[in-house]
Design a protein around this ligand. Structure first.
Ligand SMILES: [Zn+2]
Length: 55
């Protein structure tokens, strides 16, 4: 589980916008629609690891 404090300082590496928690296993950027995985409680904020949701 990602703590709210940590979540607050995380930003999308592509557009530098804040990320929102999506379930327990992903972080989403509402700006570019990229979804970053969380593995072993560590957010993987890498552009090539992200998937893009079209909605
Ligand atoms: Zn973004």
């Amino acid at each position: 589980m990602i703590s709210p404090d940590l979540l607050e300082i995380l930003a999308c590496p592509v557009c530098r916008k804040p990320l929102v928690l999506r379930g327990d296993e992903a972080l989403k950027c509402n700006e570019c629609k990229r979804v970053y995985p969380i593995r072993n409680d560590i957010p993987i904020l890498l552009e090539h690891e992200a998937t893009i949701e079209q909605f």
